[in-house]
Structures are given as C-alpha cells and as structure tokens.
Ligand binder design. Structure first.
Ligand code: ADP
Ligand code: MG
Length: 340
C-alpha cells in the first residue's frame, strides 16, 4: 500500500486512545476546561457510569460563537500562546474536545458575557454539524453521550457503572482540592453524588475544602506544612501518624495547581514518615508545590498527570524536610540530625 495521510477522524481517535481512557478521563478534561475558563461553579451529571451521558456545566468565560468550530478542531487552543516552557493553564494541547468528539457524541453550548445569545456545535464520531443558535446562560455546557460508540474495542474494556462512577468521583475530588473557591457538584444515576460548596483560597478555606474531601476529622488530625527552598515553595497539610489509611489513595499532590501522580513525591512522603509509621500504613496528605514553570516539564504524557522536575533532588529534599519539620514541631517526632 502507498503511504497516505490518516484521516482527521482516525488521527483524533488515535489521540483519544491516550487521552480518553474511560469516562473519568472525559470528566477530567471537561472540568479542567471549565476551570481554565475561570468558572466559579462546575456541575457534573453522569448516567450509566458516564458511558451514556456526561454533562459538565460551568459559569466560566464561554466560547465566542465564531470560535466554536475551532474548539472541536485538533490542535486548536486559546491557552498556549507561544512558549511550551511557560504553561500556566491546565490544558494546552488542544486535543481533548476533538478526541472526545471522535469517539462519542459531543455537543457544546456556550455563551460569553458579551454575546447576546448562545450557540451550539455538535460532533459525532468525528463528524461536525454546523453551529446553530441555542438558549443558555453565560458559560458552557458540554454534553458527551454514548462514549466509545465509535470505538467498540475500547467500550468493551469498561468496568461497569459502579467502578466508572467511583473513578469519576475521585477525579473530581482530586481537582477540587486545588480549587477551593470553586463549587463542584456531581450527580450520577446511582449513589455517586458529591457536593463540594465553595470555600476560599486562604489556608483556612483550603483546609475546609480538604475536610469536605478527606472527612471532617481531617483538620483536627493534620498539621500545616509550609517551606521554601531555592525558589520552590511547598504548602499543604499532612496527617498525624495516628490518622492513616491502608493505601496511599488519599495522598494528593499538585504542581502549580495541577494534580499530579508522581513517584518522586510519593517516595518523599513515605520517606518523611518512615520512622513514625508502620510500613503498611499511609498518611493522608495534600501537598502543593509552586515553582517556576520552566523548571518542570508537564508535557510528558497526554493525560498531563506526569511531571518531570529539573531538580528532583531539590523537590524530594524539600518535601521530606518540610514534613519532618512539621511533625517535629508538633511534638510528634523527636528532633534528629539524620539526613533526609
Ligand atoms: P485545551 O484545553 O488544551 O485548549 P480542549 O480541546 O480541551 O483543548 O479545548 C479547546 C478550546 O476550547 C480551549 O482552548 C478553550 O478555548 C475552549 N473551551 C473548551 N472548554 C471550554 C469551557 N468550558 N469554557 C470556555 N472555553 C472552553
Ligand atoms: Mg482542555
């Protein structure tokens, strides 16, 4: 066969294979978009574990009608200006909406503050329908129906409604921790509902959001962490050794506001608690790192949960040192001269 360029839809479906693994990945992408648009409220509704329906409504900036077609076109983004080394938004790849639209039935209804009416675009299995007028308040509603109808092989791998709903709820909690001043609600067809009223961005507001997610006992069983080393700032809350879990699922880490899953951070947390916790117990933590975007690479994987630090030793040392110091100051840990 001669070499030919893949069709646009095929290209998007290949990208979807990486970005859109399951309903929770759709929710993650849509919620990130709402937050990038400055939303104060994000409402999520799902049915059938998200396979039948995912609807995310926000009160953010909205998409101007002339740009709706671009929103579902590949590699089109309003976020990344010119410099891959200076990423400050959650999204930057211009890939999520076209990917979702290539494997599901997607519609976007949006209205900006300036626009005097709303407009809607839809795309089904990669086929884009013309923009049409709609009725809506300011903000954006994205609806995804029949996820993976166009890629049955992926659909077969879904785990069932309960498992998908719980993955969705985890995704929302993880991201909500980084945005305490935003109200999040999740309504599912089964028992999976979530209501996280807005608090505020102060440390107290932050702690109240953590209590909503980790349980109301968390504030009384945690201590604040606050440290800075060579331009890298670490803040957050970590649980005292009597407040632990059997797994590390409630160890949340953020880099410049982006939820990350990172072995280095997980290892540093383990190291910090090494001499105060049994091996099979795990602390509950929320840690926020802020550093110059040029010193951390978030462009490692399409799902953007992986990061690479320019100076991993600095980050590890900061985390281990700050947690140990906090535990020591709280009288939980004897002061030692041992190296981190
Ligand atoms: P990215 O987030 O990487 O830019 P997406 O495919 O997720 O790529 O979205 C494409 C574009 O559509 C965004 O850059 C943004 O301009 C617009 N957009 C998507 N969702 C929203 C939303 N909820 N509110 C406002 N604009 C949005
Ligand atoms: Mg996006």
């Amino acid at each position: 066969m001669p070499i030919r360029q893949l069709s646009e839809t095929m290209i998007n479906q290949i990208a979807a294979g990486e970005v859109i693994e399951r309903p929770a990945s759709v929710v993650k992408e849509l919620v990130e978009n709402a937050l990038d648009a400055g939303a104060g409220r994000v409402e999520i509704v799902t049915a059938g574990g998200g396979l039948n329906l995912i609807r995310v409504t926000d009160d953010g900036s909205g998409i101007p009608e002339p740009e709706l077609a671009l929103a579902v076109a590949r590699h089109c983004t309003s976020k990344l200006s010119t410099d891959i080394n200076d990423i400050r938004s959650l999204g930057f790849r211009g890939e999520a909406l076209p990917s979702i639209g290539s494997v599901a039935r997607l519609s976007i209804r949006s209205r900006t503050a300036q626009g005097d009416s709303a407009a809607e675009i839809s795309i089904e299995g990669g086929r884009v329908a013309p923009v049409r007028p709609a009725a809506a308040n300011r903000g954006t509603t994205v609806e995804v129906r029949d996820l993976f109808f166009a890629t049955p092989a992926r659909l077969k791998f879904m785990k069932g409604e309960r498992a998908e709903s719980s993955a969705t709820s985890d995704v929302i909690k993880r991201i909500a921790i980084a945005f305490p001043s935003v109200r999040f609600t999740l309504a599912g067809s089964d028992r999976s509902t979530l209501e996280l009223p807005a608090t505020d961005d102060s440390p107290e507001g932050q702690l109240r959001r953590l209590a909503q997610v980790m349980g109301s006992e968390f504030p009384d069983n945690s201590i604040a962490v606050d440290a800075m080393r060579e331009g890298v700032q670490l803040t957050g809350y970590v649980s005292i050794p009597s407040f632990t879990r059997a797994n590390a699922l409630q160890q949340y880490a953020y880099v410049n506001g982006r939820p990350v899953r990172d072995k280095l951070i997980a290892g540093a947390i383990r190291g910090a608690y090494m001499d105060v916790l049994p091996r099979d117990r795990h602390a509950v933590v929320a840690l926020f790192l802020s550093l110059d975007p040029a010193t951390v690479d978030v462009n490692v994987h399409p799902a953007k949960a992986d990061v690479r630090f320019r100076d991993p030793g600095l980050v590890r040392g900061l985390i281990v040192g700050a947690i140990r110091e906090a535990l020591t100051n709280a009288g939980i840990r004897a002061a030692t001269t041992g190296a981190a």
